[in-house]
Design a protein around this ligand. Structure first.
Ligand code: SF4
Length: 231
């Protein structure tokens, strides 16, 4: 693994700067993201404790909210970065609480998928309300900062995905319906072939129900095109 670049150090003729010990920007960025993740995690913990759930169970309810077609247990484990056994335990507990149920997968009648119950759906929506502090903080930033953050985070996710460090996501960039930079329009340069409409850069989705996985080589090419756009 490449180690982070150190902050610029003074030449022998320069006197030491009070900032010489400042960690490299890569270190500070990762530290910032990690701290934000901790704050969000702590918000989820508080909600989970109040509802008698554990954080993994809260995560499962959240990811099921946008998946009416249900998901496989192995997919849940992969998305949450937990073992299949741990995902299975959490799902079993949610089934016992009547928040999720098991049924036949819509795309394969022999496979089992996990679905939210009506009660689970209500609770999953409450989780989003409990995390409103995080959405509010973003909304209070200037529009240009929000856009810059979105672009930078998207590019960072792309880098992690290409090094196989980020779980599969149903994002436009990795979708076979996505055509990057098809239009000359700066505001809406992309195209979604599914709905046959220009797709603004700032409306790129990270989780789309209609997502159909693109070939890995196409997805990599898309990530590279987007990376160039954010330069
Ligand atoms: S189907 Fe969804 S994920 Fe695919 S390009 Fe269209 S909006 Fe994006």
């Amino acid at each position: 693994m490449n180690s982070p670049s150190p902050s610029p150090s003074p030449s022998p003729s320069q006197s030491p700067s009070p900032w010489d010990t400042t960690p490299a920007i890569s270190v500070r960025i990762v530290s910032a993201i990690s701290r934000i993740a901790n704050v969000l995690r702590s918000g989820a913990w508080q909600f989970a404790t109040a509802e008698g759930l554990n954080p993994t169970q809260v995560d499962i309810l959240q990811i099921l909210l946008s998946r009416d077609a249900g998901v496989r247990l192995s997919w849940i484990a992969q998305q949450l970065g937990v073992t299949a056994a741990s995902a299975s335990d959490s799902v079993a507990s949610l089934v016992a609480k009547k928040l999720v149920e098991k049924g036949r997968a819509s795309d394969d009648g022999r496979a089992i998928a996990i679905y939210l119950t009506a009660e689970g759906r209500l609770l999953a929506k409450k989780i989003n309300s409990a995390m409103s502090f995080a959405f509010d903080a973003v909304n209070e930033l200037p529009q240009t900062s929000q856009q810059a953050m979105f672009e930078a985070l998207l590019a960072y996710i792309g880098k992690l995905q290409q090094s196989e460090r980020f779980p599969e996501i149903r994002a436009c960039v990795t979708c076979q319906h996505f055509a990057a930079n098809k239009h000359k329009n700066e505001l809406a340069p992309h195209h979604c072939n599914l709905v046959n409409a220009p797709l603004p850069h700032m409306l790129l989705r990270l989780d789309c129900e209609e997502h159909a996985p693109a070939e890995p080589a196409t997805a990599t090419l898309n990530w590279k095109k987007l990376e160039k756009m954010s330069l």
